[in-house]
Design a protein around this ligand. Structure first.
Ligand SMILES: Cc1cc2nc3c(=O)[nH]c(=O)nc-3n(C[C@H](O)[C@H](O)[C@H](O)COP(=O)(O)OP(=O)(O)OC[C@H]3O[C@@H](n4cnc5c(N)ncnc54)[C@H](O)[C@@H]3O)c2cc1C
Length: 639
C-alpha cells in the first residue's frame, strides 16, 4: 500500500514556487496594471491602505478574502449585481493555488501506476438542499443560465444511505416518493420490515418521526436559517411540536424526543446520526445545564437534518451526488464568478484586514496593499479574528496560524481516501457505520464530542465509535478505473488543542507543531480500528489487502490547507450558544466595512448553508455600499 500524507507546508511551498511565480506575474501583474484603477494597488509596508481615490469614488471596490464556496458565491452575487449607476468591482484573494479554489469543497485525482486514475472528494460528498445551489446560478444570471449550464448536474442517490451496525446488520434509508405516494420498492419494503423487527411498529414510528422532522424543516429553514418570515409554516410546526403532550418538543435534547418515540437503540441511532454534521451529539449530557443543548447536545429541532436527507416527499429533501464529484461544484462557482467579472487571484495570502483594505503577501514574497471600500472575509472566522482581523501594531505582513478557542467546535475528522484494486459493490454511495448494540454503547460512540473534543476512548479505539464511508462509483463510475474503487472514510476525532505559545510562531512552524498532535501512531490506531469495524460487513473482509493508495487528511492538514480553526472541517458547532442569533454575526465587530461569510458564521456549516449566508451577506453589503455611495455623492455635491 502506498501512503501519502498530503501537503506538509514545506513540501507545498517547494513544489509551487514555479507556478507561484508565473501566476503572480500573470494574475497580480497583469490584473494590477490593466484592470485595476491606478490607485487601487500600491506597494507599501505597514500603513493602513488609503481609501479608493476620489476619481474612482463612484466605483466601489470589494475585496473577498478566501476562495471557498462562501467567497466565490458572495463574489459572484456582488459582481453580478453591478449596474452602470452603482458599479462594483470585486477582487477575490485565495492563499492556495488555482486548483484549490472552492476551499474545502472539491475533488482530487490520483494516478496510481498500473491501475489508473482515482477521484476522491476533498471534503463534501453529500449534496443537500439542491434548490439552494440552483438558485445561486439563476440569481446571478437573471434566470438565463442554470447550474447545469455551468457544468453542475446533480443525481439523486436512492436509497440515500446504507447504515451498518457493529454487529454486521445493515439497513437502507431514504426512499423518495412522489407526493401522491407510490408503492414502496422491494428495498424499501425490506427496510420497513427490518424496522418492524427492531421494535413493534418500528416503520410506523419512523414515519411519525419523519413527519415531525419535516415540519421542523419547513419552518426552520425559512424562518431561522434564511431569516425570512414564513408564517404558513408555523401551524404544522406547532402541531407536530405539541401533539402527544409535546412528545417531539423541538427544544428538548434530541435523545429525550428519541426516547419518547422509539424503544430500540438502533432506531434511535438511525434517527439521529446527522447531528454529527452540525458538531453535536444526540444524547443529553446531564453534566451540562439543560441537558447540554447550550453546548454539544443537539436540540431535537435538528431532526430537520433527517428530513432534509430522508423524508420521502418533502420537496426540499433528497441526497444528491454532483456528476464528476464536488470539483464540479467549485468549478461551476469559479466560472460563475469569473463570468460576473470577479478578478480572482490565487497564491495570495491576506495578512491583515482593515476598514480600508487588505495587506497581501504573494507566494513569491511580494508585499502589497490593496485598498477596498468593503472587505468580506471568507477565511474561517475564529482563525481570522486572532490573525488577520486582529488589530495589533506588529508587522502587517506577518503570517500566523492561531484561533479563538473560546468557541465550541465540531469534532475533528481523520479522512482516509483509499484507492482499491477491487470493487466493493456492497457499499452504497453513502454509508454510516453506527454503534448501537445497547444504550450505553450508543452513547459512548459519541464520546468524541464530549470533554471539549478530547476523548479517552480514542486512545486505543477499543470503545464504540461511528463513522461515514463514501463510495462515489455507485452513482458515478468515472470515479475509479474499471474493477477498482475509490473509498473515503471519515472518522470523527478530537480537534487540535490550542497552545498559546504557538501563536507567536511563523505559520509554517506553528502548523508543523499542531500536526504532531496527529502523529503516525495515532493515525495507525484509527486506521486499524476502522478497518476492523468495516470488516464486519459481508464482502469487505479483504478491503485492507486491496488498498493500493492512501491519501490522508486530519485536523493538522485541514488547518494547513485552509486555515480552519482547531483543524475542524465542520466549523463551530451549532448548540443554542452558537445558533441563529447567538452565532457570530456576518458583520465584523469593531469594523465599519468588514464582513464575514463562511461555515463558522451565520447561518452555519455545510455548503448549502454557506451559500445561503452568501446571499445574506451580498444583500447587506449591497445596502451598505449604497449608503457609502449616497454619502459620497452628497460629499461631491457639497464640494
Ligand atoms: C471532510 C469534510 C466533509 C464534509 N462533508 C460535507 C457534506 O457532505 N456536505 C456539505 O454540504 N458540506 C460538507 N462539509 C462542509 C463544507 O465543506 C463546508 O461547510 C464549506 O465548504 C465551507 O466553505 P467556506 O467557504 O465557509 O470555507 P472554506 O472552504 O474553508 O474556504 C475558505 C477559504 O479561505 C482561504 N483562506 C484562509 N485564510 C486565508 C488568508 N489568510 N488569505 C487568503 N485566503 C485564505 C482558504 O484557503 C479557503 O480556500 C464537509 C467538509 C469537510 C472538510
Amino acid at each position: 500500500m502506498r501512503r501519502r500524507l498530503r501537503g506538509t507546508p514545506m513540501e507545498r511551498r517547494t513544489s509551487s514556487v514555479l507556478s507561484d511565480t508565473i501566476f503572480c506575474l500573470v494574475a497580480a501583474g497583469i490584473s494590477t496594471l490593466l484592470t485595476l484603477p491606478p490607485n487601487a494597488c500600491c506597494l507599501q509596508t505597514g500603513a493602513d491602505p488609503p481609501r479608493s481615490g476620489s476619481s474612482f469614488r463612484s466605483q466601489r471596490h470589494v475585496v473577498v478574502v478566501g476562495g471557498g464556496v462562501g467567497g466565490l458565491a458572495v463574489a459572484a452575487r456582488l459582481a453580478s449585481s453591478f449596474t452602470a449607476e452603482e458599479p462594483i468591482r470585486v477582487t477575490l484573494l485565495e492563499k492556495n493555488p488555482p486548483d484549490r479554489l472552492g476551499g474545502r469543497c472539491g475533488s482530487q485525482s490520483i494516478h496510481v501506476e498500473s491501475h489508473g486514475t482515482f477521484r476522491h472528494e476533498r471534503g463534501p460528498s453529500l449534496l443537500l438542499l439542491k434548490s439552494v445551489y440552483q438558485d445561486l446560478f439563476a440569481d446571478c444570471t437573471g434566470g438565463e443560465s442554470s447550474a447545469a449550464d455551468y457544468g453542475l448536474t446533480m443525481d439523486q442517490c436512492i436509497p440515500a444511505y446504507q447504515c451498518v451496525f457493529d454487529d454486521g446488520d445493515t439497513i437502507e434509508l431514504g426512499f423518495p416518493r412522489s407526493a401522491a405516494g407510490v408503492n414502496a420498492s422491494a428495498t424499501e419494503a425490506a427496510s420497513r420490515a427490518k424496522m418492524d423487527s427492531y421494535e413493534a411498529g418500528g416503520s410506523k414510528k419512523w414515519d411519525e418521526y419523519l413527519a415531525a422532522c419535516s415540519a421542523f424543516l419547513d419552518c426552520g429553514l425559512p424562518n431561522f436559517i434564511e431569516e425570512r418570515l414564513d408564517l404558513p409554516s408555523f401551524p404544522a410546526f406547532l402541531y407536530e411540536s405539541l401533539r402527544n403532550n409535546a412528545r417531539a418538543w423541538p427544544l428538548k435534547p434530541h435523545s429525550d424526543v428519541l426516547d419518547a418515540m422509539f424503544d430500540n437503540p438502533k432506531m434511535k441511532a438511525l434517527a439521529s446520526f446527522q447531528d454529527l454534521y452540525v458538531g453535536l451529539e444526540p444524547y443529553r449530557n446531564d453534566r451540562e445545564w439543560f441537558g447540554g443543548i447550550f453546548k454539544k447536545s443537539a436540540p431535537a429541532v435538528f431532526g430537520l437534518l433527517a428530513a432534509i436527507e430522508l423524508h420521502p416527499n418533502n420537496d426540499k429533501a433528497g441526497v444528491f451526488a454532483p456528476r464528476g464529484g464536488f470539483a464540479a461544484v467549485s468549478k461551476a462557482l469559479e466560472r460563475l464568478a469569473r463570468d460576473a467579472g470577479v478578478d480572482i487571484r490565487c497564491d495570495t495570502t491576506v495578512t491583515r484586514v482593515t476598514d480600508t483594505g487588505v495587506h497581501v503577501l504573494s507566494s513569491n514574497g511580494d508585499k502589497e496593499v490593496l485598498p477596498a471600500d468593503t472587505v468580506i472575509v471568507n477565511a474561517d472566522l475564529p482563525y481570522a479574528t486572532e490573525t488577520i482581523t486582529k488589530q495589533d501594531t506588529g508587522d502587517a505582513y506577518n503570517v500566523a496560524y492561531d484561533w479563538d478557542d473560546s468557541y465550541d467546535f465540531a469534532s475533528g475528522v481523520v479522512a482516509f481516501h483509499w484507492s482499491t484494486s477491487k470493487r466493493y459493490d456492497n457499499l452504497n454511495t453513502h454509508n454510516v457505520f453506527l454503534s448501537a448494540r445497547n444504550r450505553s454503547e450508543a452513547e459512548q460512540s459519541w464520546d468524541v464530542l464530549r470533554e471539549e473534543g478530547r476523548s479517552s476512548n480514542y486512545d486505543g479505539m477499543e470503545a464504540p465509535f461511528n463513522f461515514y464511508v463514501h463510495r462515489p462509483v455507485k452513482t458515478d463510475p468515472s470515479a475509479a478505473p474499471a474493477n477498482c474503487d475509490s473509498i473515503m472514510v471519515l472518522v470523527p476525532t478530537e480537534t487540535l488543542q490550542r497552545k498559546a505559545e504557538h501563536a507567536s510562531l511563523a505559520r509554517e512552524e506553528a502548523v508543523l507543531r499542531y500536526q504532531e498532535q496527529f502523529d503516525n501512531d495515532r493515525i495507525d490506531i484509527i486506521r486499524k480500528a476502522t478497518l476492523k469495524r468495516m470488516a464486519v460487513m459481508p464482502g469487505l473482509e479483504d478491503l485492507e489487502s486491496h488498498i493500493v493508495d492512501e491519501i490522508l487528511d486530519h485536523p493538522g492538514t485541514w488547518a494547513d490547507d485552509y486555515n480552519v480553526a482547531a483543524g475542524t472541517p465542520f466549523a463551530l458547532s451549532h448548540g443554542f450558544n452558537q445558533l441563529s442569533l447567538t452565532r457570530p454575526t456576518i458583520k465584523a465587530k469593531g469594523f465599519k466595512n468588514v464582513w464575514y461569510i463562511g461555515a463558522s458564521t451565520k447561518p452555519g456549516n455545510g455548503v448549502p448553508l454557506v451559500l445561503l449566508g452568501a446571499k445574506q451577506v451580498a444583500s447587506q453589503v449591497t445596502k451598505s455600499l449604497k449608503n457609502q455611495h449616497d454619502f459620497v455623492a452628497e460629499d461631491e455635491r457639497q464640494e
